[in-house]
Design a protein around this ligand. Sequence first.
Ligand SMILES: [Mn+2]
Length: 296
Amino acid sequence: MLNRVKNCRNEINCQSIYNSSGICFDYFRIIFSCGRTEAQLSNNTYGITFMNRTYCISDLHGHHKVFMSMLEKIEFDPSDKLYVLGDCNDRGAFAYEIYDYLEKHRENIFLLKGNHEVMMRDTLVNGDWDSPNGRLWKQNGGKRTVEQFMKHFNIDGEYSEESQKKFEEYCRHLVEMINALPEYIELTVNGKDFVLIHAGINPEKTLYEQTEEECVWMRDWFFLNKGLEGKTIIFGHTPTVNIDSRTKYGIWNDPVYKDKIGIDGGLANYEEGQLNCLCLDDLSVVSIKRKEVEEG
Ligand SMILES: [Mn+2]
């Protein structure tokens, strides 16, 4: 028998459920401490059934609220894994909150490098907005992202040496964090081999010969060509509606080679855009439209 507990946000809720049905309290504590809001429970020995699912999302671009709504909607639990295929910053207003959340959940949420992370790193390294990298990031919304970060270190917007120091420390931390991110991840789920990557591959090279730039910036040349033998490539970066307008912001399955799946629902690019979450266990998709969650 399955009991579903929703929005188990506090210990009082957990305790009362424990008392009335005898379900192990300690497991609720795990869920609670990981910030999960939902769990599926059963009457097995441990009082809980973990689902062990593997999910992919991409191109959050500062839309923290949509991200949180997605975790709730898929009932993300501590046994699940989530791969975020890059580009958490720029455009939307809450990149700081997204990176903060990801760093607090490193045990089962994994970030890959996107071109926006790379632009940010290359600008923060030398702090020069007039360098080619700085100008590129500026064009792509970098200035606003830095302003968002500064808000967290300048209380009431007042400058102080201490807050400036904290901000600079944070920037150095971001650079280190981005340098440590993988450009792609290979994994097998349910006997199917996947490659997760932000933008795509140079189709003339093997996976292991790809440069960072190719992994985070590829477009048509990748998705119009054959990918990798025996593997399905999951990618973001190019909104699926730009690959084929008939996707209507949902996922794009390569109709020719059937070896790649685009998941960027244009969350940050289009009023009608959405966040798509692909479950690798059964290739099911859950989507949330930006306008369902955010106003304006
Ligand atoms: Mn991108």
